[in-house]
Write a protein that binds this ligand. Structure first.
Ligand code: NAP
Length: 479
């Protein structure tokens, strides 16, 4: 089994403690995939010191060179699609086609970020006083911490690292401890692209490693994607020293169905958005809010589309849904299903593991549908992060919008309707960072992405808003 290392100051280095942990394939949990460093404060310190040394040279490098380097990385990433997709599927579980799409998407986002290096523009202003030139410039933050979850082990890091580098920052990256192999692979590509030592550093380890990183005063910007609970903790920690944050957190994204003539089209989009990545997506549609008169036919169609989902090992051809990422995630999902049944929700499909011995046969969970779920049920309010879709029946549009806004989250929301008045009402009333009409919750690689309420804080990622996340504005009065 291969032993992997941290990447600090342009070198692959072992942790001082010489301690490592193993990762496993969630489709065959007895299969160990590799050994990875259990980094501690020493490694975080070394990575931050390297980033501090490298940041000025990197920010002063001509922007065309920075952009060219990021474009080289983007091309190397695209060229590695097959190899990296297999690594994603092995360590995260998702179907191989989804993993390949993730790599392609990451390469496109990296090429967009490369272009952003050339668009770090300020503004000029006319002056009220003669002889004064007034303008703004965008300056890098300095050292940025990038902390990522396990559900998108390639696109999530690239979405942070590429724009942070494009804006002239040095980066220390801590991936989820469940998916460090993808992170190691990404670093080899940055190395091949010619990134100078110290500009990007990888520190692998548990949550304590992340905590140590975000608490360090040398970190002036934190880009974090993960749970709301951890995001809030990081926000508090950053506030104590006024570090800039970009927090991309959980969601409980509603699919509202009202006055809709194309129920089959709606069901197809909802099922795809709910069960991709086994429902382990922040933007997964995770509750359906449907007007009473359409509920029965919609549930029939949801079931019909769910029956086409083929659950299995993500590496096998034909698989459209892989296992859950870990035993812990499987138990969380099973717990919500149990509480849903106890609370009186009507189980229509699934609701159980698909293997008798998950530790040997994999963490496979059946696509699950609940009907007649109360809006107060944990199934309807909390982020489950698994293949569980609750249906909530409502009397009218007003009640649907009220329920849609009735959770702590505000990431993405979809409306399926042919009624233009409802479309305008939905766009105006639903509190969400992203809204979709007659469309699942798929995003695009150049369009701002983010949430409101407990789903996010700071500038949106992807697209032109990344400059706001990774630079400071400076105003100049020049006589
Ligand atoms: P998580 O437990 O919050 O962990 C996310 C990352 O933070 C991991 O690298 C984790 O390390 C690290 N971490 C944990 N505790 C920390 C602390 N106190 N200080 C610093 N770092 C810490 O989330 P997850 O289970 O990996 O991911 C699922 C969550 O991510 C869901 O809530 C999902 O909605 C959210 N998500 C949001 C978006 C979005 O764009 N809004 C996208 C994807 C996922 P370890 O892995 O080593 O514990």
């Amino acid at each position: 089994m291969e032993r992997h290392q941290n990447y600090i100051d342009g070198e692959w280095v072992a942790p001082k403690s010489k301690e490592y942990y193993q990762t496993h394939n969630p489709a065959r949990p007895q299969e160990a995939l590799g050994e990875f460093p259990l980094s501690a404060a020493t490694e975080v310190d070394a990575a931050l010191a390297a980033a501090e040394r490298a940041r000025d040279t990197w920010s002063e490098m001509p922007v065309t060179q920075r952009a060219a380097l990021l474009l080289r990385f983007s091309q190397l990433l695209a060229d590695s699609t097959n190899e990296l997709a297999k690594i994603i599927t092995l360590e995260q579980g998702k179907a191989l086609c989804e993993s390949a799409a993730e790599v392609t998407r990451a390469a496109t986002e990296a090429s967009f970020a490369a272009g952003e290096a050339l668009r770090l523009c300020g503004q000029t202003f006319p002056s009220e006083r003669p002889g004064l030139t007034c303008y703004t410039v965008l300056e890098p933050l300095g050292v940025v911490a990038a902390i990522t979850p396990w559900n998108f082990p390639v696109v999530s890091p690239v979405r942070k690292i590429a724009p942070a580098l494009a804006c002239g920052n040095a980066v220390v990256f801590k991936p989820s401890s469940l998916t460090p192999w993808s992170a190691v692979f990404l670093l080899t590509l940055f190395e091949k692209a010619g990134l100078p030592g110290g500009v990007l550093n990888l520190v692998i380890g548990p949550s304590a490693t992340g905590e140590r990183l975000v608490s360090d005063p040398r970190v002036s910007g934190i880009s974090f994607t993960g749970s709301t609970a951890v995001g809030m903790r990081i926000y508090e920690c950053a506030a104590r020293r006024m570090a800039k944050v970009q927090l991309e957190l959980g969601g409980k994204n509603p699919a509202i169905v009202l006055d809709c003539q194309d129920l089959d089209g709606a069901a197809s989009q909802i099922v795809a958005a709910a069960f991709l990545c086994s429902g382990q997506r922040c933007t997964a549609l995770s509750r359906v809010i449907v007007e009473d008169s359409l509920a029965d036919p919609l549930v029939d169609r949801l079931l019909a589309h769910m029956k086409r989902i083929c659950v299995g090992n993500g590496l096998e051809p034909g698989t459209t849904m892989g296992p859950l990422v870990s035993r812990e995630q499987m138990e969380i999902v099973a717990g919500y299903v149990r509480r849903g049944i106890e609370g009186g929700a009507m189980l229509i499909a699934g609701g159980h593991m698909l293997t008798a011995d998950p530790e040997n046969q994999g963490y496979f969970y059946a696509p699950t549908l609940f009907d007649r779920v109360s809006p107060e049920s944990p199934l309807a309010l909390e982020e489950i992060f698994g293949p569980v879709l609750p249906v909530i029946r409502v009397r009218d549009a007003q009640q649907s919008f009220q329920i849609a806004n009735g959770t702590r989250y505000g990431l993405a929301a979809s409306l399926f309707t042919q009624n233009p008045c409802l479309v305008h009402e939905f766009i105006k009333r639903v509190k969400s960072g992203m809204v979709h009409v007659n469309h699942g919750t798929a995003s695009q690689p150049h369009i701002p992405f983010g949430g409101v309420k407990d789903s996010g804080q700071g500038a949106f990622s992807i697209g032109p808003t990344v400059k706001e996340a990774f630079t400071n504005l400076k105003t100049v009065y020049f006589k």
